[in-house]
Design a protein around this ligand. Structure first.
Ligand SMILES: *Cc1c(COP(=O)(O)O)cnc(C)c1O
Length: 373
């Protein structure tokens, strides 16, 4: 028997969540974001389940090539563009689109023999991560419009605060800047991530870029995915591998930060931070044991964590545990560990095996022949 920790991937939930995205933005094309190994869910089976999206976005060139070689014909967008002229040849060979966000990329394109490159020209409207300053935009747009390497320009931006209710002013400012700057640019445009898709319909435009919501997690800390009818795709499960009785004053785990104040019964779960569970999850973080909520106690170690079974006297070794997913919203774990669902999902370790559910056989669209992964 291998270690009992496994990530169950519900492919039907992925197609369901894609349908929800379409309901939010019926007139936009969907660029499904599959960066970081599809937010930890595994690239190829995720893309296969999301094949009714209109495109894929990611930033790892090898993963983009892998999608193309697996037979996907969708537009594939590299969200950080390219980093060297050598990569341009691969972009052409595999028909990959690129975000253009700084002058060095423009210079590389100016001297290139590349043809038919579709680009997403990124404007920095206030996030201050990637993109051209609004003042630079008209000249850059003009220059790229006349570049024979480029066949299509979509203008884009990215919001810093679409997920935070209190910072609406900044969001509005970004949106306003974008519209001002691009008013005279004859291009389609793309701005919305999951939070903006849900909260700001005025951002939907031509292409939306959902990531997190496709995986069935909420971009808002105060909500769980179910509030938006999204279904969790990943359920991280394991088992109880040991049970102990503690006396008052006994400690649990490294540094003895947890000490029993009364006689207790505890369970040890085969899941630790090397599996992707957050090391900073404190005592009290919910864990689902035999379908009952228990609390995590003590420090999470590399391979194991402990749960309080004092009030769950029916629990035995080999009983099932859910760390997040179906039955235990991942947002609860993210909030307890003072992180975000994005980090939890994308940190899933490669040593955790994945079990893929059967996809909905009602789906009539053409399946793509996948290579093994
Ligand atoms: C990751 C990413 C997205 C997706 O964001 P979510 O919040 O996961 O929906 C969209 N656009 C860009 C540029 C990204 O890097």
């Amino acid at each position: 028997m291998p270690r009992p920790i496994q990530a169950y991937i519900d492919l039907e939930a992925l197609t369901h969540n894609l349908t929800i995205v379409r309901q939010y933005a019926p007139n936009a094309r969907i660029m499904a974001v599959v960066k970081a190994n599809a937010y930890g869910h595994g690239l190829l089976h995720t893309a296969q389940a999301l094949r009714n999206a209109d495109g894929f976005a990611l930033l790892e060139l090898d993963a983009a090539i892998c999608l193309r070689e697996a037979g996907f014909r969708h537009p594939i967008l590299l969200l950080e563009g390219f980093f060297s002229t050598q990569e341009l040849a691969l972009l052409e060979k595999y028909r990959l689109s690129a975000v253009i966000h700084h002058n060095e990329q423009v210079a590389m394109l100016t001297n290139s023999t590349h043809r038919n490159l579709d680009i997403f020209l990124k404007i920095n409207t206030g996030m201050n991560r990637l993109g051209f300053a609004p003042e630079q935009f008209p000249a850059i747009f003009e220059k790229l419009s006349n570049n024979p390497a480029i066949s299509q320009i979509t203008v884009m931006t990215h919001f810093a605060t679409a997920d935070s209710a209190i910072n609406n002013v900044r969001f509005c400012h970004q949106l306003q800047r974008f519209d001002e700057v691009t008013r005279n640019a004859p291009s389609s445009c793309s701005m919305a991530n999951s939070a903006a898709i849900i909260r700001y319909p005025e951002t939907h435009r031509d292409w939306i870029r959902p990531g997190l919501m496709l995986y069935g997690a909420s971009p808002f800390a105060a909500h769980t995915a179910a509030d938006f009818k999204l279904k969790p795709v990943m359920t991280l499960v394991s088992k109880i591998i040991a049970v102990h009785h503690l006396k008052k004053g006994d400690i649990v785990g490294y540094s003895g930060s947890f000490q029993a104040e009364k006689p207790m019964r505890i369970g040890i779960v085969a899941c630790g931070y090397a599996d992707g569970y957050p090391r900073h999850a404190p005592t009290g973080t919910p864990v689902l044991v035999n379908n009952q909520i228990c609390r995590l106690i003590g420090k999470v170690s590399m391979d194991m964590l402990a749960v309080d079974l004092t009030d769950s006297n029916n629990v035995r070794v080999s009983n099932p545990v859910t760390l997040w997913g179906q039955g235990l919203p991942i947002e609860k774990i993210a909030n307890a560990a003072e992180t975000v669902s994005y980090e939890l999902l994308s940190s899933l370790s490669t040593r955790v095996g994945m079990i893929l559910s059967e996809e909905n056989s009602q789906d009539q669209s053409t399946p793509i022949q996948l290579q093994s992964n």
